[in-house]
Design a protein around this ligand. Structure first.
Ligand code: NAD
Length: 318
């Protein structure tokens, strides 16, 4: 299979490229490093099937030769990034997705959109099934991401309906693992970095809000199964097991052996209270569910962060 992976140098994209190459596929990774670093794909550059194109997919997406699949991940993804890059985020969800769909249509390739649990906004239904239409503030600060992804979904569904493109949508819930950026603002990298630096772990609000945490290897498996299925989705991919932010901070403190105290800071605006996928559809259609214990995933992620913090010259203290 020859797959184009937009956003392939990002956290999830780099794991996906690795997996496609390991299966004997050819990968055209397209990225402009807007929210990632070339280091994420350094280890892939010598693989015979790996090709890299530095390109802003919002401006156009041109790939020579045959293409069997287009997997569209390119978009700022963490709240820190999309709040800092609101217009690029809206463009990635609109023009970027349009360009990726056009490439799939032109090459008669399968198309997979990486949508998000943020499509549900601050949900009033728990857990969230795919049939829930969401509760999104269309003009709040987070809308640049939520609404961009909702537009991406509408566009993908329209290409499938009207042009017959074999296009599918997955809604990804919180995913974690090695190669997340230490400064991406999400709870896991933030807590791990604070714990390793022996700084207080900053819990937003009272820490009772929950997230469900899926290890990246499991997520990539789900993406590939969805790509192989004939279903258009949307299909939720995530871990149905909820963890409070307070429990997560305690867990990371224990696994890092840190003596950092826990402290609280204000919650960001429109921060969802609970997030938990209903993965009945993924189980039925894809025979998929997460299998990696969260604790194993946290250990792998902590090990990666220890390496990065020391090579970046930010030594652990204390
Ligand atoms: P990431 O920021 O690590 O990766 C995104 C990649 O896209 C980066 O390499 C970035 O440089 C690239 N990119 C952004 N805009 C681009 C553009 N215009 N042209 C070319 N490249 C561009 O984020 P991630 O966590 O790996 O997320 C990947 C995808 O999965 C995103 O679409 C995100 O919305 C979705 N997603 C992720 C999560 C999660 O928990 N990580 C949850 C839900 C959805």
């Amino acid at each position: 299979m020859r797959a184009v992976v937009t956003g392939g140098a990002g956290f999830i994209g780099s794991h996906l490229c690795e997996r496609l190459l390991a299966a004997g596929g050819e990968v055209v990774c397209v990225d402009d490093f807007l929210t990632s670093t070339p280091r994420n794909i350094d280890h892939l550059r010598d693989s015979p099937g790996f090709h890299f194109i530095r390109m802003d997919v919002n401006q156009g997406l041109h790939v020579a030769g045959p293409v069997d699949a287009v997997i569209h991940l390119a978009s700022p993804a963490s709240p820190v990034d999309y709040l800092r890059l609101p217009l690029q985020t809206l463009r990635a969800g609109s023009a970027g997705t349009w360009n990726a769909l056009e490439l799939a249509a032109e090459k008669r390739a399968r198309f997979l959109l990486a949508s998000t649990s943020e499509s549900y906004g601050n949900p009033q239904v728990h857990p969230q099934p795919e049939t829930y239409w969401g509760h999104v503030n269309p003009v709040g600060p987070r809308s640049v991401y939520d609404e961009a992804k909702r537009f991406s979904e509408a566009l993908t569904a329209a290409y499938r309906r009207t042009l017959g493109v074999n296009a599918k949508i997955v809604r990804i819930f919180n995913t974690f693992g090695p190669r997340m950026r230490p400064d991406d603002g999400r709870a896991i990298p933030t807590f791990i970095c604070q714990a390793l630096r022996r700084e207080p772990l900053t819990i937003t609000g009272d820490g009772s809000q929950t997230r469900s945490l899926c290890y990246v290897d499991d997520l990539v498996e789900g993406l590939l199964r969805m790509l192989d299925s004939d279903h258009g989705g949307p299909v939720n991919l995530g871990n149905p097991h909820e963890v409070t932010m307070y429990e997560l901070a305690q867990w990371i403190t224990k696994l890092t052996g840190s003596t950092s105290p826990l402290t609280t800071i204000p919650r960001p605006e429109d921060d969802p209270e609970r997030r938990r996928p209903d993965i009945t559809l993924a189980r039925e259609l894809l025979d998929w569910e997460p299998t990696t214990p969260v604790e194993h995933g946290l250990r792998e992620t902590i090990a990666c962060f220890r390496r990065r913090l020391s090579t970046d010259g930010i030594e652990e203290t204390g």
